[in-house]
Design a protein around this ligand. Structure first.
Ligand SMILES: C[S@@+](CC[C@H](N)C(=O)[O-])C[C@H]1O[C@@H](n2cnc3c(N)ncnc32)[C@H](O)[C@@H]1O
Length: 375
């Protein structure tokens, strides 16, 4: 088993500050298993902003639950009414820790192929944690689930398994149940050459534990997903593009038609960063960008917090053609913001400076948290 380096003290402090601002500090499981490969991925955020990995990890899990709730609300099946939820391929609980804040742990079955992850998730999050297998016909975890959530497993499966798992999980749904899963579209990683069939499988992934023939990287067009669903006899399927982490497409399969899904649109989740901080003799100048992941939805403002206390806010409207171009989002052309002012009297030493975005949809979210040293 591979052991990842543990995170820094700064990452822990920033992670804690993130949870407090987001109102998640009470009750959200903070511990992260040293072998959690999703945390390893979150550590890549350190290159841009040292100390960001825990913030990134908690946010990535939170985003999945926001996207799930957004879809379920559109479908007319709010998460709060779910008696039995199956979380398939839960890993070390990046998403599970957020799910158990929405539903009693007793309503959740979390399934994973890595034994240590099953143990960790069961012990720390209190869900019914079960061990999975590569061949879905051997899975034995009960049925009649109202919601089955599969974040980032289909994005790794080869063609044959993709269909087998789809069919098998569909068979575990209650009559009114919904199966929601994410998949990489063909453009998720443009530099990889794509198979003209619409299904590309590359036997490579972030996993150091799993057989790359069973768990690699898959890229699949929506037409191909529909074709596979048809082949497997699945009646109703809907999708929105890049709804998870603005990277993976989100699909919903149900036994009965869900007309509400015709109005389903991307989750409103606040994105952005602090680009620059200058503090001199108590005066600050801070700027960055902020945007809503839902297409065409303008942001309202950005709030600046120092050690959790709001000290300033500003409208989001400055031109950021660079962000629009880099992110492929022309609707983000005015996502810039700039804050200037005087800091309140603060003790010398380190303080945490946070930017929180407020969207016109009402969604709020921490964009970034950075440490600053005051004399
Ligand atoms: C990219 S991770 C996503 C984890 C989690 N859903 C999340 O979003 O944080 C994919 C997970 O699928 C697990 N996995 C791979 N094959 C599986 C299988 N056949 N059954 C259950 N889990 C599997 C891997 O071990 C890994 O933890």
């Amino acid at each position: 088993m591979n052991s990842m380096p543990t995170d820094s003290e700064l990452s822990r402090r920033i992670g804690r500050a993130f949870l407090e601002i987001e109102g998640l500090a009470e009750g959200l499981e903070e511990s992260i298993h040293p072998d959690d490969e999703m945390f390893h991925t979150a550590r890549l955020a350190e290159a841009a902003h040292p100390g960001r990995s825990r913030l990134q990890y908690y946010r990535d899990g939170q985003e999945v639950v926001h996207a799930l709730k957004n879809m379920l609300d559109a479908a007319g099946r709010p998460l709060a009414g779910c008696d039995r939820l199956l979380e398939m391929a839960c890993g070390y609980g990046r998403v599970t820790r957020h799910l158990v804040r929405e539903l009693p742990a007793a309503n959740i079955t979390s399934v994973e192929i890595l034994e240590p992850a099953v143990e960790f998730v069961g012990q720390t999050m209190g869900v019914d944690a079960r061990t999975s297998c590569t061949d879905p016909s051997r899975l034995n975890i009960g049925s009649d689930f109202d919601v089955i959530l599969v974040s980032s497993l289909f994005s790794h499966l080869p063609r044959a398994r993709f269909g087998e798992w789809l069919q098998s999980l569909y068979g575990l749904l209650s009559p009114r149940g919904v199966l929601v899963f994410s998949a990489h579209g063909p453009e998720a990683v443009p530099e990889i050459a794509k198979d003209p069939s619409g299904f590309t499988f590359v036997p490579q992934s972030e996993s150091l534990n799993l057989d790359s023939a069973e768990y690699g990287s898959a890229f699949v067009t929506p037409d191909m997903v529909r074709e596979i669903a048809r082949e497997e006899g699945l009646a109703h399927i809907a999708f929105v593009e890049r709804d998870l982490w603005m990277l993976q497409d989100l699909y919903v399969v149900s036994r009965v038609a869900l007309p509400g899904l015709s109005a389903w649109q991307n989750v409103s989740f606040v994105q952005g960063v602090i680009d620059r901080v200058q503090i001199q003799e108590g005066e600050f100048a801070i700027d960055g960008w902020a945007a809503d992941s839902r297409r065409g939805v303008p942001m309202q403002s950005v709030r600046l917090l120092v050690d959790g206390q709001e000290v300033a806010s500003v409208e989001v409207k400055a031109p950021r053609a660079d962000v629009a171009r880099l992110k492929g989002r022309p609707d983000w052309a005015h996502s810039g913001w700039s804050l200037h002012g005087r800091l309140p009297e603060l003790a010398s030493g380190e303080h945490l400076l946070a930017a929180e975005g407020v969207s016109t949809t009402g969604a709020t979210g921490v964009l970034d948290i950075l440490p600053v040293q005051l004399p």
